[in-house]
Design a protein around this ligand. Structure first.
Ligand code: JFZ
Length: 332
C-alpha cells in the first residue's frame, strides 16, 4: 500500500533503541563476557528465570528523559524511533495488564516508558515504532523444551512447546493489542524472533491482519512472518506478511524491488555493552547512510542506553557528528 508507506519512504533515517533489564547487565557476569549482542545476556550468561528476575527488580533508570532522547534523534536527522517494547527476555517496558513482568509491577521505576517516549515523539513530530519479540524466555508457554524453566544448558530451538499457541493467543496478541490501543498511533511494529520452531506462518498472517484491524496505517516489518530474517521471503509470492525487509548489519546490493531498511549498531552490540569499544566512526556511519539511501533503503541506527537511561557518550558523539553532516547536506 503506497499511501501507507509514503512517510516511511521519505523518512530514510531512524533510531533503533535496545533498552531493558539487560542494560543493567552490560553483557557481563563476573569474569564472563557475553559474545555479540549484550541484550542476549539471559541466554548467553546462563541466567535462570529466577536469577534473571532480579534485574527488572533493579531496573530504575532515574536519568531517563524521553524528550532528550527524541531531541538527540531529531538533531541527528532521524525521522523515526523504534523502541524495544519487549525483547527476548520478556520484560515489558510498558504498563501491561496482561502480565506482572512489566515496568509497573516488576520494577521500582513504575513509569510507563512506552508512553513517555510515544508522547515525546508526538511532541517533536517524530514517528514512533516498537520492536516486539515473538521469542519470550520468561513465559513458560513460550520456552520450547525448556519448560518450565529456561535453562541455557539445555537449549534446543528446534523443539516445539505444545503450549506455544496459548502463549500466542493469550499473551503475545493481547500485549500487542495493548501497545496498539493505549499509545496513540504506533507507526511501525518491528517483530523479531520469527525463527523459533513454535512460530508458524499462520500465526504471522493472523498477527498481520490483527494489527491492521486495530491500526490500519501501522507499517509492519517482514519478521512478522516465520523465517523472514534479513531479506528472506521478500520475493515470496503474495508478500502478505511484511511491509518491508530487514537486512541486518549489511547493505544489500542494488535493484531490490521491495521496501527495505538496514539496521545496524554503532559498535557490535544492540544492548548496552561497555566492554565493546569497537565503535564505527562517524564518517563510516555517514557513508553507510548515503550508500543505503542511494540504493533506495532506510537506515535504522541503533543506540543501547545504559541502565540509568543515558545514551553512551560514544553514541552521543556520533549522533552529533551525523547531525552536523545532515544539516549541511540534507534538503529538508
Ligand atoms: C535479532 C535479535 O536477536 C537481536 O538481539 C537484535 O534485537 C536484532 C535487531 O534482531 O537478531 C537477529 C535477527 C535477524 C537476523 C540476525 C539477528 N537476521 O536476519 O540475520
Amino acid at each position: 500500500d503506497d499511501e501507507r508507506m509514503e512517510w516511511w519512504r521519505d523518512a530514510k533515517f531512524g533510531m533503533f533503541i535496545h533498552w531493558g533489564a539487560y542494560s543493567i547487565i552490560g553483557g557481563e557476569r563476573g569474569e564472563q563476557i557475553a559474545g555479540g549482542g549484550a541484550e542476549w545476556a539471559m541466554d548467553k550468561l546462563d541466567y535462570t528465570i529466577e536469577e534473571y528476575e532480579k534485574f527488572p527488580a533493579m531496573f530504575n533508570p532515574q536519568l531517563f528523559d524521553a524528550d532528550k532522547w527524541v531531541s538527540m534523534a531529531k538533531d541527528a536527522g532521524m525521522k523515526y524511533i523504534v523502541l524495544t517494547s519487549k525483547h527476548h527476555d520478556g520484560f515489558a517496558l510498558w504498563d501491561s495488564k496482561v502480565s506482572d513482568y512489566d515496568i509497573m509491577d516488576a520494577s521500582p521505576f513504575k513509569r510507563d516508558i512506552v508512553k513517555e517516549l510515544a508522547e515525546a515523539c508526538r511532541k517533536q513530530d517524530i514517528k514512533f515504532g516498537l520492536y516486539h519479540s515473538i521469542v519470550d524466555w520468561h513465559h513458560p508457554q513460550a520456552q520450547g523444551n525448556l519448560f518450565p524453566n529456561y535453562n541455557a544448558g539445555q537449549k534446543d530451538q528446534s523443539v516445539v512447546n505444545p503450549e506455544f499457541p496459548k502463549y500466542y493467543e493469550n499473551y503475545l496478541k493481547p500485549q500487542v493489542k495493548e501497545l496498539l490501543t493505549n499509545y496513540g498511533d504506533v507507526d511501525i511494529v518491528w517483530f523479531d524472533g520469527d525463527w523459533i520452531a513454535d512460530y508458524t506462518t499462520e500465526m504471522g498472517k493472523d498477527m498481520y491482519s490483527f494489527i491492521r484491524e486495530i491500526q490500519p496505517n501501522t507499517i509492519i516489518n517482514n519478521r512478522v512472518d516465520k523465517g523472514r530474517n534479513g531479506m528472506e521471503g521478500m520475493d515470496r509470492e503474495g508478500n502478505f506478511a511484511g511491509d518491508f525487509g530487514t537486512p541486518e548489519q549489511e547493505i544489500p546490493a542494488t535493484g531490490i524491488d521491495s521496501d527495505w531498511e538496514a539496521c545496524m549498531t554503532m559498535n557490535g552490540s544492540w544492548g548496552y555493552k561497555p566492554s565493546d569499544e569497537n565503535w564505527k566512526s562517524s564518517e563510516d556511519l555517514i557513508e553507510k547512510l548515503v550508500d543505503i539511501v542511494s540504493k533506495g533503503g532506510n537506515f535504522l541506527l541503533n543506540i543501547g542506553p545504559d541502565g540509568y537511561g543515558r545514551f553512551p557518550a560514544e553514541s552521543i558523539k556520533r549522533l552529533k557528528e551525523i547531525g552536523e553532516w545532515t544539516d549541511a547536506n540534507a534538503e529538508a
